[in-house]
Design a protein around this ligand. Structure first.
Ligand code: DOR
Length: 461
């Protein structure tokens, strides 16, 4: 048959000429998208036309990056961040979906708290999104119902106080929380009792270099051990957020069956005391950035396959707030926009492969949280792409940061590897590193285990 006579098929979007990271590896193929989903992969130049063409020659097309830990502060703390600016930073940084944390004001504890966030994101979010419900003594018995609400990413528990009033450190409360739910539960693991006992260390010294001495490795390990044991006792899957220490990584490597592990770019990129000497309280984060040997152990955890996910823990505070004398300065830094540039730089430096990075930022989150239609570039999956230039050398600057807080601890840092185009369900949101979409296209993320949002998977002839 003569191919010339075949009618050309028509796509909404054709991504052309890129090196596409698929489950098969790196392939020089085009990608056609219709109604926000991938409908064809291959050499499509002769057989497809499209409303929008996106030139990816010389670029790598990654499955959309899912950042499963951000704090966007809306409602109540919008002088630090909001859903519009937070998600704008996300897409400028090549992130196509986020899970947002419940330590807002009010806390996210009820169906109406969750609905208020979904409503606030509607029409204002530049990427897809889901919201965690906070697990606490007041809503423990409702959590099974709550975690199944559309747009809910699952339950998040703070075992140690960080920022905001959400805390569940009592073992009996933790048992109640774990027993009332089935989805993977995310945990901030620092031992509250030990943190309280040791707070005097920093109250007297006022020295931010003591932050990892106060919130030490043992504080993290104690909480991690306790929650892993409670998860085993209650038969619950858990996700230990922002693992920061060698001891936890060693422990978690032996308890992987029910437990998944997140590390953050800041723990992989910075180390103490250097970061505190250079950046003061801008480097202050919970759990803290620790000495080089801990960072080395996190990298080993990535190489050994212990780590499942990289999340940014984007946690903005204003520069004025951060300038307060330590320890009154709040812990947290921006990160959603710098996650991918920093991690591409680590790929360039040979610390991990591009394929491993893609699994940590896309396949991993999709797999462990049961995200519907995301996590890989494949037929029928959402057309979410983080299209990057692996060779571009760029300097991260505060004025590039979209966050309301307007700063990054990496101001002035030059990286190799940069997000160029960002596509969210077939919408080209960022083109040539600039926001080009007129309307924020973000929608609630769909999960396999929860009530559907009324959207059906598409079928394509
Ligand atoms: O440093 C942190 N800040 N760690 C957290 O877990 C919370 C966060 C915040 O919300 O500011």
């Amino acid at each position: 048959m003569n191919d010339q006579r075949l009618p050309r098929r028509h796509a909404d979007l054709l991504v052309q000429g890129g090196t596409v990271i698929t489950p098969n590896g790196a392939e020089r193929i085009d990608v056609a998208c219709v109604d926000g989903r991938v409908v064809a992969l291959g050499d499509l130049q002769q057989t497809w036309s499209a409303d929008t063409q996106l030139d990816a020659c010389g670029l790598h097309v990654l499955p959309g990056v899912v950042d499963s830990q951000v704090h966007f502060r809306e409602p109540g703390l919008t002088h630090k961040e909001n859903l519009e600016a937070g998600t704008r930073g996300a897409v400028l940084g090549g992130v196509t979906a986020i899970f947002e944390m419940p330590n807002t004001s009010p806390l996210t504890l009820t169906p109406s708290d969750l609905q208020a966030k979904l409503d606030a994101a509607s029409g204002r979010a530049w990427c897809d999104h889901a919201f965690y419900i906070g697990g606490s003594a007041v809503n423990a018995e409702q959590l099974l119902e709550l975690e199944n609400l559309p747009g809910c990413a699952g339950v998040k528990v703070f075992m140690g106080s960080s920022f905001g009033d959400l805390l569940a450190d009592d073992t009996e409360v933790l048992r109640r929380i774990l027993r009332h739910g089935r989805r993977r539960m995310a945990v901030h693991a620092e031992d509250e009792t030990r943190l309280r006992e040791r707070k005097a260390i920093v109250e007297t010294s006022g020295d931010v270099r003591q932050h990892p001495v106060w919130r030490d490795e043992t504080s993290a390990l104690m909480a991690t051990q306790r929650i892993v044991q409670l998860a085993a006792e209650t038969g619950r899957r858990i996700h230990v957020l922002h693992v920061s220490s060698a001891a936890e990584m060693e422990y978690l490597a032996r308890h992987k069956s029910r437990v998944t592990v997140e590390v953050t770019p800041h723990h992989l990129t910075m180390h103490a005391p250097d970061c505190y000497e250079r950046l003061g309280s801008l480097a202050q984060m919970n759990p803290p950035v620790r000495e080089q040997r801990h960072q080395d152990a996190l990298w080993q955890g990535i190489r050994d396959g212990v780590v499942d996910v990289i999340g940014s823990d984007h946690a903005p505070h204003t520069l004025d707030e951060k300038a307060k004398a330590y320890p009154q300065s709040p812990s947290g830094m921006t990160g959603v926009q710098t996650l991918l540039p920093l991690m591409l730089d680590h790929v360039h430096a040979g610390r991990l492969s591009l394929q491993r990075l893609v699994d940590l930022t896309s396949g991993g989150p999709a797999r462990i949280f049961g995200i519907e239609g995301k996590g890989r570039i494949a037929l029928g999956f959402d057309a979410d792409f983080s299209i990057v230039d692996l060779q571009a050398r760029r300097t991260i600057r505060n004025d590039w940061i979209a966050s309301v807080s307007g700063w990054t601890p990496y101001d002035g840092v030059t990286v190799t590897g940069w997000p160029i185009h960002t596509v969210v369900r077939g919408h080209v949101v960022v083109r040539d590193a600039h926001l080009v979409s007129l309307q924020p296209p973000g929608e609630p993320i769909r999960f396999l285990e929860t009530n559907s949002l009324g959207q059906q998977g598409g079928t394509y002839a």
